[in-house]
Write a protein that binds this ligand. Structure first.
Ligand SMILES: *Cc1c(COP(=O)(O)O)cnc(C)c1O
Length: 360
């Protein structure tokens, strides 16, 4: 069978140390092999073309090229940092919140992000759900009509074949309680050629005005927004899909108010809604990417008011052991007593705000 261009691109990913060495010198190959035992390497040709290999601090290089630092673990770091397994009633499904579930449609990714929070799953090339798993998942959804939204995640669900994606959508649409379907995917970032005409028509066939499809993608730096990415996003949005963005705050990549402002504004310009900026989960071997929460809150405070409100995401912490996500927020308003509030304006002015007594 003839491969589609995106499949050829997947075949041509850099996956070995020898291939990587064509781009960048590797000092200690033995250590690097150890790194890859924890999580494999894959960088797509598209993303390779955006890296400036002469700059050791290139943000896309830092996100995609393995480093020996991944072998340094902190005692606080965990194998399952957000408790995926704690709330999994059937294999390949996590049900943590009442109205929505995660389904791990595959553990494969086009590019393995070096800060991945699910690295011990994605890294091993775990097999994804087979037919009987899918049956069990559908049965679970039928038995739990309070679940009205399914999030297909992984790995990257848009690396599945068209026929597999169509099958998932068809089966999920047969469950009458499922109103919304979401894909969590980095394909628009790392493999934009995957957003083909046929994929768009499959997605469109499985949507109607009250059964939408959402895509939550994952851009972390403005350098990732290249012409191919802009075109892929435009095709999705033009098809009627609302595209949002989430990604972690990463040291050396986007822990700068100017970089975040540019990222959020450029996303907004291409009709991607900034959704969440995540505090990096406590995954083993990712400490070199971690920004302290206090700094993250300060970065978001700096953006408040200076950046158009439609471009501002929420800064989130996913609590370990499956306890859920919470927003991390700067306290602009503090109650003093009675109806009095101590307020800080976006420009830092300290004010008092008096609420009138209720009329009742
Ligand atoms: C993050 C997450 C979701 C999605 O949460 P939203 O706040 O709706 O984006 C759903 N289920 C689980 C288990 C999650 O970890």
């Amino acid at each position: 069978m003839e491969l589609e261009p995106w499949q050829t691109e997947l075949k041509n990913c850099v996956r070995t140390i020898d291939e990587l060495e064509q781009y960048i010198p590797i000092e200690n190959k033995e250590r690097m092999r150890e790194v890859l035992q924890n999580m494999r390497l894959s960088i797509t040709p598209h993303t390779l073309s955006l890296i400036d290999f002469k700059n050791p601090n290139d943000p896309i290089l830092l996100m995609s090229v393995p480093q020996e630092k991944e072998l340094t673990f902190s005692p606080e770091e965990l194998v399952d940092p957000i408790g995926d397994e704690a709330k999994s009633p059937v294999p390949f499904l996590t049900h943590r919140y009442p109205d929505r579930v995660l389904i791990y449609a595959t553990f494969f990714c086009s590019l393995f992000c070096r800060f991945c929070f699910r690295r011990f799953k994605t890294g091993e090339a775990n097999p994804g759900p087979v037919k009987s798993d899918i049956e069990n998942i559908i049965d679970y959804l039928i038995e739990h009509p309070e679940v009205e939204e399914v999030i297909l995640t992984g790995g990257d669900p848009l690396t599945l074949l068209d026929a597999q994606i169509e099958e998932w959508l068809r089966r999920l649409r047969e469950v009458s309680s499922i109103r919304r379907i979401r894909f969590h995917t980095r394909v628009p970032v790392n493999l934009p050629s995957r957003i083909t005409d046929n994929l768009i028509s499959i997605l469109k066939r499985c949507m109607d005005p009250i059964h939408p499809i959402f895509i939550v993608t994952h851009f972390n730096h403005p350098n990732e927004i290249a012409p191919e990415n802009i075109a892929a996003i435009a095709r999705l949005v033009d098809a009627g899909i609302v595209v949002r963005n989430q990604g972690p705050l990463l040291k050396g990549v986007n822990d700068d108010a100017g970089v975040l402002e540019e990222l959020f504004k450029r996303l907004t310009d291409i009709r991607v809604v900034p959704y969440y900026l995540h505090q990096l989960d406590l995954a083993k071997g990712t400490n070199h990417f971690r920004v302290p929460i206090e700094e993250g809150i300060e970065l978001m405070r700096q953006l408040q008011g200076n950046v158009t409100g439609i471009a501002l995401p929420r800064y989130m912490l996913d609590i370990p052991a499956g306890k859920g996500k919470i927003p991390l927020v700067y306290e602009f308003a503090k109650k003093i007593e009675g109806n009095s509030w101590k307020i800080e304006s976006p420009s830092g002015e300290k004010l008092e705000y008096q609420e009138p007594n209720s009329l009742n």
